[in-house]
Write a protein that binds this ligand. Structure first.
Ligand code: FAD
Length: 292
């Protein structure tokens, strides 16, 4: 088993803060599902690190659909998120993103908080989470703050969270009528694998099918998930014709600085980013039309 000098499983945010303060100055890691962290600890990373297990705190575990917003606990399991029919209706692409993660076993542990804070450029849950345009509640020794989700990942394995801070929950707007999202990823094989590229599109269309709002976020082509503002700008105020969608794909295929590795070359990733962007836009647009 991984060694931890101290372990705490508090049942409230206040108890969590008391533990964080008691470890002041020592290394501390947040433990959610552990599907990334325990592997890293077994590999020898984070020796003598205090562990704060946040899977027993009501705010971090619950999924609540309120009249104006959706609150998703940062430590709610992927399986709970995927089983939530109301959430899937509001944010099908968000659920698709977390649904890609691992296997049934991994899904019973993996969380949005861990997927975001592990800060892999290829994380499947992250593009749609950012494209949703929400915020997160961050709790830490200095108190509580609300930050846009898009500001959390700052580089591979790096986040904007300070010492002792953790994300308690994600707060997303209820999509307006005529709005929907979609997430697609490409992997070289059907078994569990890491995304070569992943694309989330989140769109609004009016009754005539003209795009009134767009957000496109692309994973695995840059050090963090890339907010493709130029792609979005090409869609807004336009009818979503094949020509416009092709143009959006063309713009997407030129973005980022993807790596060459065993899953594909940089050129290949550029090309896949263009293809997936077109497909994700088409799916999100179809869903958005039906959401009037
Ligand atoms: C077999 C296997 C297959 C996988 N397949 C995929 C895949 O297809 N796609 C994919 O994207 N990922 C995949 N993963 C990676 C992993 O399952 C996901 O990244 C998962 O979402 C991590 O969530 P977790 O709760 O287990 O995180 P943990 O392992 O608990 O934590 C990960 C990191 O985030 C930090 N952290 C966790 N929660 C918070 C929080 N609320 N606030 C601040 N910091 C926090 C931890 O300290 C740690 O540094 C796979 C992993 C395995 C083992």
């Amino acid at each position: 088993m991984p060694s931890a000098s101290t372990y705490s499983r508090p049942s409230s945010l206040d108890e969590a803060l008391t533990f964080i303060q008691s470890t002041s100055g020592k290394a501390l890691k947040i433990l959610a599902g552990g599907t990334d962290l325990l592997i890293q600890m077994r590999a020898g990373l984070y020796p003598d690190t205090a562990l704060l297990d946040i899977k027993n705190i009501p705010e971090t575990m619950s999924i609540t659909i309120e009249p104006n917003q959706v609150r998703i606990g940062a430590a709610a399991a992927a399986s709970e998120i995927c089983a939530n029919i109301q959430l899937r209706q509001l944010y099908p692409g968000l659920v698709e993103g977390i649904e890609y993660i691992g296997s049934t076993q991994i899904q019973s542990r993996a969380t949005f908080g861990g997927n975001l804070c592990n800060a892999s450029p290829a994380a499947d849950g992250v593009p749609a989470l950012i494209a949703a345009g929400g915020t997160c509640l961050i709790v830490g020794p200095e108190g509580r703050r609300i930050n846009p989700i898009s500001t959390i990942c700052t580089g591979p394995g790096e986040t904007a969270l300070g010492q002792g801070e953790f994300i308690a929950e994600f707060i997303l707007p209820i999509p307006k009528p005529g709005s929907a999202d979609a997430y697609l990823r490409f992997t070289p094989r059907n078994e569990m694998d890491i995304a070569v590229v992943g694309v989330a599109a989140n769109l609004s269309v009016d009754a005539d099918g003209t795009c009134t709002r767009a957000q496109v976020v692309i994973g695995a082509i840059a050090p963090t998930a890339l907010v493709a503002s130029d792609v979005a700008a090409c869609l807004v105020d336009q009818p979503l014709t094949p020509k416009i969608i092709d143009k959006a794909g063309e713009i997407a295929s030129q973005l980022g600085s993807p790596l060459t590795d065993k899953r594909g070359t940089s050129e290949y990733r550029h090309q896949i980013a263009g293809v997936l962007t077109k497909r994700a836009i088409k799916i999100a647009a179809e869903r958005a039309k039906k959401a009037h």
